[in-house]
Design a protein around this ligand. Structure first.
Ligand code: SF4
Length: 228
């Protein structure tokens, strides 16, 4: 199976809403965000766990785990993502997929198979290339948002927030971009561990009061907005 696993977290109570899950970290990403907390997963160089080892582990966790979170890197880059999801589902586990939304054609194939999807909204569309540090065709982002919002799958959108990258008007634009979405989370940037661009280590996020103001703005467009 062409599915490169860069790491596994055996148990998580936080990453799959209301579920106990294991997390599979895939290797490689098509974005290059400075704040990325998994810089060692960005290049397609390592193959730490074989899928056989992972499925052996999963078989032993039946009855103890509800589901599997497939995250990155960027999982939609894996050629055998769809067969991998099918294997997990065939063992009776739920699947949550985390994605940056840049491969809508894969998201479209995955949606009928999965139980939850979380897509990053990196910025308003005009700032996407600046934040991800790659040339972005924003039509793909819009297409993924549309696919997710019109699917029957539970979903969330989320944004990592650095004060220097996103200002108040940017959140207004994000609100319009995902207008009427069910759930949107603002994730406070924290540089506790290694990050892709170490020069961002000293960067700040907004204060709680400022976050509350931003959330009030976003609630004009989105049903549920929270800070993480
Ligand atoms: S934050 Fe996500 S999308 Fe950005 S480089 Fe890291 S893994 Fe890729």
């Amino acid at each position: 199976m062409r599915f490169i696993i860069g790491g596994i977290q055996r148990t998580s109570l936080l990453d799959f809403p209301d579920k106990i899950s294991a997390i599979v970290f895939t290797q490689g990403c098509n974005f290059n965000c400075g704040y990325c907390h998994n810089p060692d997963l960005l290049n397609s160089k390592k193959d730490i766990y074989s899928t056989d080892v992972f499925f052996e582990f999963l078989d032993k966790r039946k009855g103890k785990l509800d589901g599997v979170v497939i995250t990155g890197g960027e999982a939609t880059l894996q050629p055998d993502l769809i067969p991998f999801i099918k294997e997990v589902k065939s063992r009776g586990f739920l699947v949550k997929l985390d994605t940056n939304g840049y491969r809508p054609e894969v998201i479209e194939q995955a949606l009928p198979l999965i139980d939850y999807i979380a897509m990053d909204i990196k910025a308003p569309l005009k700032k996407y290339s600046e934040i991800t540090k790659v040339d972005i065709n924003t039509e793909k982002i819009k297409q993924s948002i549309q696919l997710i919002m019109t699917s029957n799958v539970s979903y969330e959108f989320r944004t990592t927030v650095l004060k220097s990258q996103l200002d108040y008007t940017d959140f207004e634009e994000i609100g319009k971009l995902i207008q009427n979405a069910e759930k949107y989370y603002l994730q406070k940037f924290e540089a506790k561990t290694a990050i892709n661009d170490e020069t961002l280590k000293e960067e700040q996020t907004y204060s709680n009061e400022e976050f509350n103001e931003i959330i009030e703005t976003l609630k004009r467009y989105i049903k549920k907005v929270e800070q993480r």
